[in-house]
Write a protein that binds this ligand. Structure first.
Ligand code: KG4
Ligand code: ZN
Length: 384
């Protein structure tokens, strides 16, 4: 075994098929992502069966492309790392079967990685590349299409340990962006479109009351974790704001215009910012801007309140919603005032990719913590 830790990562938990090679948990040699957006967008969301089929088609070419870009052969790899959960069961299974077959045929170790841990390592990988030290205690906010989680993260001798101190009680933040975009006829995925359009509207135009986003931080007795005694949990809830947007649309009789916009966008192969803007009236742009401002305000307040409660020096923000420009601006402005250093991944590393999987696998490779070929996909795998 070489001492480089050349790891091929494979990611197939949702609607991107990805492969990447990372050396030593810090040097990104290649990262290839095949997006399935064109497959799913006519349905306004991910269709699990179609996702599995697309992964089957793309896994081999994507892995070959990652090797080619890195100028490596399969034989030179030290290990194969793969997302084993959480995610869509069928989608996870395709990547897992592919990774197992590779590991078996090449006689290389197989490493199982939790997708949420992967997102956290997307930030850590880029910070290591830049030689930036992360100050402890560390809090990680993972905000994506499937997750809105807060973790205390701690580097111990045998790798990173995580403790969940909050999660969404209903919709994930990215899910709220996607549902609101779908409701407004803007297509899938919703986050990037809302992000692009929000700057043309007035974020104060529609008032979303605090009750629609309310879930007070609550105290919960210690449950065997490392959190001392009785400290606060910080939960999120985003189904109320989605319903509030629906009510606004109903009250303002916006459905006809929405349907027209939806049909017009379907006729354009790759709608530009101008297309989206042209197809949205002022009221719609104001609604979009107000929705985003409410989401960003809530995520910012809760994350910083949790940092204060747990004395966190560093906040890592990661997952697809971490690509949101308003969220970045808000936390970059407010975290330093609260004495917290905030780090985001680059936009490409915020959404699903395999570099984060290969990076997260490194400490397990060093310690020889390998998975058996009996490894199975776990759709609800928790992060511990
Ligand atoms: O991490 P990710 O690629 O997949 C999951 O693990 O879920 O996150 C995808 C989610 C989608 O809900 C998408 O709408 C959201 O991230 N997203 C954004 C932005 N870019 C992606 N949300 C808000 N603003 C963005 N710029
Ligand atoms: Zn993800």
């Amino acid at each position: 075994m070489s001492h480089d830790g050349l790891i091929l990562g494979i990611e197939s938990s949702c609607d991107e098929t990805a492969a990447a090679i990372v050396r030593g948990g810090r040097e990104l040699l290649s990262s290839v992502v095949a997006s399935q957006i064109p497959t799913h967008s006519p349905y306004g969301g991910v269709v699990p069966e179609l996702a599995s089929r697309e992964h089957l088609r793309s896994l081999l070419p994507v892995a070959r492309a990652a090797l080619e870009k890195a100028g490596l052969t399969y034989a030179e790899l030290d290990a194969i790392a793969v997302t084993s959960g959480p995610g869509l069961a069928g989608a996870l299974l395709t990547g897992l079967s592919f990774a197992k077959a590779l590991a078996w045929a090449l006689e290389k170790p197989l490493i199982a990685v939790n997708h949420i841990e992967g997102h956290i390592h997307a930030v850590l990988l880029e910070q290591r590349q830049r030689g930036i030290e992360i100050a402890s205690p560390v809090l990680a906010l993972v905000v994506s299409g499937g997750h809105t989680h807060l973790y205390l993260a701690e580097l111990q001798d045998d790798g990173w340990r995580y403790e969940n101190i909050g999660h969404t009680r209903d919709d994930a933040a990215g899910e709220a962006f996607d549902k609101v975009a779908k409701l407004l006829g803007l297509g899938y995925p919703g986050g990037p479109v809302i992000d692009r359009l929000a700057k043309f509207g007035d974020p104060r135009a529609v008032k979303f009351t605090f009750a629609q986003l309310k879930h007070e931080a609550r105290h919960e007795p210690k449950r065997g974790g490392k959190i001392d005694g009785d400290r606060k949990r910080f939960d999120f809830s985003y189904s109320g704001i989605k319903t509030a947007v629906l009510r606004y649309v109903e009250l303002n009789a916006m459905f006809e215009a929405i349907e027209e916009r939806r049909r017009a966008l379907l006729r354009i192969e790759k709608p530009s910012d101008e297309d989206f803007q042209r197809l949205c009236d002022r009221q719609t742009l104001d609604l979009i801007a107000s929705f985003q401002a409410a989401m960003v305000g809530d995520l910012t307040r809760r994350a910083l309140a949790a940092c204060q409660e747990y004395g966190a020096q560093t906040l890592l923000v990661t997952g697809g919603v971490a690509a949101n420009s308003a969220l970045r601006e808000s936390l970059e402005a407010q975290a330093p005032r609260a004495g917290v250093q905030v780090h985001f991944p680059s936009r490409a590393m915020s959404t699903d990719n395999a570099a984060m999987i290969a990076a997260a696998a490194y400490s397990r490779w060093r310690l020889g913590h390998f998975a058996s070929l009996k490894l199975t996909a776990e759709a609800n795998l928790p992060l511990q």
